[in-house]
Design a binder for this molecule. Sequence first.
Ligand SMILES: Nc1nc2c(ncn2[C@@H]2O[C@H](COP(=O)(O)OP(=O)(O)OP(=O)(O)O)[C@@H](O)[C@H]2O)c(=O)[nH]1
Ligand SMILES: [Mg+2]
Length: 627
Amino acid sequence: VVGTAGHIDHGKTALVKALTGQETDRLPQEKERGISIDLGFAHMDIDGVPVAVVDVPGHERFIKNMLAGVSGIDLALLVVAADEGPMPQTREHLDILDLLGVRRGIAAVTKRDLVDDEWACIVVEEIHNLLAGTTLEASPVIQVSAVTGEGLEELRKAIGKVVSEAPARTPEGVARLPVDRVFTMPGFGTVVTGTLVSGEIVDGQRLDVMPQDFTVKVRQLEVHGKRVPRALAGQRVALNLAKVERGEVRRGSVLSEPGTLAPTWGFAGTFRLLSRALKPLASSTRVRLHVGTSEVLGRLVSLEGDSLDPGDEGLVRFKAEEPLAVSRGDRFIARSYSPALTIGGGRVITSRGRFRRLNHVDHELLRLLDQAEGPGAALVELRIQNSPVSLQTLGFLIAENPDRVTATVEHLAAGGKALFWREYGLVVHPEVYQAMAGKIRCFLGEYHTRHPMRRGAPREEVRGQATRGWDQRQFTALAAAMEQDGLLVVNKEVLALPGQSASIDVEGRQIKEDLEEQFRAGGFNPPPLTEVVAQAAASGRAGDVVRLLLEETRLIRVEDDMVFHADVVEEAKNRVRRFIQEQGPMTVADFRDLLGTSRRYALPLLGYLDRVRFTRREGDSRTLYGS
Ligand SMILES: Nc1nc2c(ncn2[C@@H]2O[C@H](COP(=O)(O)OP(=O)(O)OP(=O)(O)O)[C@@H](O)[C@H]2O)c(=O)[nH]1
Ligand SMILES: [Mg+2]
């Protein structure tokens, strides 16, 4: 895909027409005013090789559209009018191409018919100076005229040469197509177009629409105006989508292989502030961020001290004001909010993660990740995430499709570089596991010391305190792994260190005896539990003692605040057994008189005896269970 670039009125659209025979200005206003507003599309054949052309507008107000057009190009055609020479948007467009890392280019000096040789020579020299130090430094400069046709053949040859020398994009990788145009065709439905930046798309397949986050089905596929069964990376594609309303998919949406991209509210990346930028990048600057074909507002936060000076490159975090769809390696451009001027650009390193307080370790990891590839990148991501990650999330992070992610994880796990908790579908970096296991053991150690009379700590408390709220699945998987490694004992909802059990000291034993005595003395009219605890000498510990007594079933809870001593319950059972054996079925009134208590205590206690299947209710009376 070839994309034009250059200042307004310098002859981009005329040149595209001269090369392809196609008029790319379609809008009525474009025709009327003689300027391009939105993107134009054309295609041609050079020695049998199909070449798609994207024509961009030069007007500074439409840079936004220009950005949507150049995101997928392989070759930039920088157009400079011979009579005017380089102008502001010549520079701004060149900055953008440079920041996006476009490495192949041709500079076309148009309107050659309007100037003499000497003047043209000066303009060519100016262009060489302009290109110096950019990614397009080595581009040939060719003089042409759309009016006389001079130089067109040479230009066509030059394009052909670059296209044939460019390495073919591989269809491997995840299918991703940033949408640059959406329209409806009567009787045909919604059509979207864009440049397929990676992977391949086949007729009939399903695709996710991000960040809107829904799925569509491809009904028909076209490349260069011809219906095809499949489209490959690097091609301009038109897709007819089934059951999609026009507003649902927009310019800026990304069509991607299902499950490989997720909406995110920001990312961490590298960023270069243009030396032309008017001021340093403050610690948090509101910008228009352009990535793929989308534009999103948000804040760019420098992670390098307070600010970034013009010409400097550093790590940044972007916090979006709405969800966006980006993944590792994507190039982006930032423009100041007002006035809208290009200030710099960079590359996405990771689209997820908590980067609130970055320390030097995180910085190093981000730099490492920026350079890493394949399984290495997956490993660094796992380290950065600092928690177990699902296979799908890992897929989003490293921009790989599900089966490749699984293969990567298996590979890492086999080499002992990552832990794969298969049963839970989670992957974790060994260092993260070790650190977290250490934290939990530390927490439990303290807990056992503080609460010697408890068997261990409540699971939810550990999850909230030690792992800072990992979700249930992550925490369960971690606890299971730790138990398997002999680092932890899980007893339903209670976690303990191995070899720890509830123990009781002298003071605790004293409290225990006091409590037992009070409930034994209360008999069938026990005091309310909360009152007893509140009045106990060391009421802070009495709660723990009660817990222990309940666990040991020395105390028996029949209702929220009503407990009976085990000896008392035993006595009640003896009396009931004798009564029924001697006098037959027993009523509630009989029971109450038998124990010499009131209905307030008799009913809950009898309910308890029914529940533990000592007595059985038949109508209004009780018999012995199993008799
Ligand atoms: N004499 C002469 N005029 C040209 C040539 N190329 C373009 N023009 C004229 O220059 C004017 C602008 O050309 P366009 O192709 O619309 O310019 P553009 O770069 O596409 O402009 P924007 O899309 O608005 O940025 C038109 O009036 C063209 O006829 C050329 O080679 N020679
Ligand atoms: Mg134009």
